[in-house]
Design a protein. Sequence first.
Length: 194
Amino acid sequence: MRILLAHHAPPDTDLAGRQMLVLAGTLQAAGQEARILPIPDSDADRPFRRPSLTPNEDGGQDYCDLTSADLAIHRQMLRRGLDQEVHQFNPHIIHCQHIWVLAHLALESGAPYVITAHSAELDALARDGRYSRFAHQAAENAGRILVATTELATRVGQVFPELKEGVVVIPPTSAARVISVYEAVLRARGVTVD
């Protein structure tokens, strides 16, 4: 199975990214073809610092401090990178970190996708309503929302009451359990893996 792992920041900059790196390794060890969406860490291509949901942890600029123009530039940069990777890699499924901007772009790509939710985006949604539309549409259309704890599952359900089901408590780096989620999502979409 071809799996595109996607995060809005370079993977070594925060906990979600580091978990994604571990998951990529365990998926590859399980015989899957996992690729991480490359995100440039250079600020040269944008007029603002790299956006972050955890600026105190990784030194990025808080997403909530972006201007609307900055957000549009950031979305376009992410969209170009995601579109290119989807075209070249042709993933069976995309696995996004965070119910956030990149997950919304995964929805727009048309590829099946799942999201691992973290508390950081829920905190940011409470502070900045501009992201609400992106997050709600991404969550509502995701094949599954994965969370690490039952407490986080409860919180996701409170923020996204439209999710009647589809929130799964699963260790974030458990390849066997994550693969079974991918397979269920693909079966539901009628996608066969060659």
